[in-house]
Design a protein around this ligand. Structure first.
Ligand code: IPE
Length: 257
């Protein structure tokens, strides 16, 4: 079993509200199909989630009733994004089923404490591809919160003991500094925990689902479970297919502890 996350920056235009990158998703789905592996697919929210989630401070949990229309809007928007992805999977001949976290996952203080794994298991038994995504979920302590695709990746990787977890982002992998603003940023082909000494815990790039620091920490935990953990560029044709097939591919391999 292989777990794939299509990051929000690969499937949407991140700064343009609700803008779906249809052609990119069509190509990525072709690559998934060509690789012919058993997959659980996770996708991010991009501009269908982050912009409004941040406007309504949904990551902070319940503060006031003014947030509630925002909660409903973001839930609707991420469903719409998911439906766009599901339609492409169907068009390309992949029998995929959507498992929205809002109705199958619970949080406590922002961390996942329950996932209905049985749903995933039963749909996998039926030879379908479960698809889940970054969403708004109920939170035991905070009433509601944001469940990111990365949090789902960690839980699903561990529960299903997956052989490989592939994170598709809009850059080639993990860099020594931010490659979008620093031309000297260097791609790191293998990262381990020591990289965390060089990354701020909270940076100005922190969005509603956390910092780069937190994302890498999660990846290290996945890699520590006998699972190959890769970060690749989902915008470059062929990389996802190669990573799925186990061919060598440009990107970052995360080393566990
Ligand atoms: C975010 O999920 C979910 C919401 C904002 C509702 P992700 O954190 O997985 O999304 P991307 O990949 O960063 O866009």
């Amino acid at each position: 079993m292989i777990l794939v996350k299509l990051g929000g920056s690969v499937i949407t235009e991140k700064n343009q509200l609700r803008s779906f990158r249809k052609e990119n998703v069509e190509r990525l789905v072709e690559e998934i199909k060509n690789a012919g592996k058993k997959i659980i697919l996770v996708h991010g929210a991009g501009s269908f989630g982050h912009l409004l989630a941040s406007e309504y401070h949904l990551q902070k949990g319940f503060i006031s009733r003014d947030q509630i229309p925002g909660l409903a809007k973001v839930m609707l928007d991420v469903r719409e994004l998911n439906l766009n992805v599901m339609k492409i999977l169907e068009e390309k001949g992949i029998a995929a089923v959507s498992i929205p976290p809002s109705t199958s996952t619970r949080l406590n203080s922002g961390e996942i404490v329950h996932i209905d794994y049985d749903l995933f298991e039963r749909f996998i038994e039926l030879d379908t591809m479960p698809v889940t995504f970054g969403d708004v979920c109920l939170d035991k302590k905070l009433k509601f919160g944001i469940c990111s695709g990365d949090q789902l990746m960690e839980k699903l990787a561990i529960h299903f003991n997956v052989e490989r977890a592939i994170f598709c982002t809009d850059v080639d992998g993990i860099f020594s500094s931010d490659p979008t603003s620093n031309p000297d940023a260097r791609l790191i082909e293998e990262v381990d925990r020591s990289i965390l000494d060089h990354i701020p815990r909270n940076s100005r790039y922190t969005d509603v689902t956390g910092s780069m620091f937190g994302k890498i920490e999660r990846m290290i935990r996945i890699a520590s479970r006998d699972c190959e953990c890769l970060v690749i560029n989902g915008n470059v044709p062929g990389r996802l297919e190669a990573a799925l097939k186990g061919d060598s591919v440009k990107g970052t391999r995360v080393i566990g502890e």
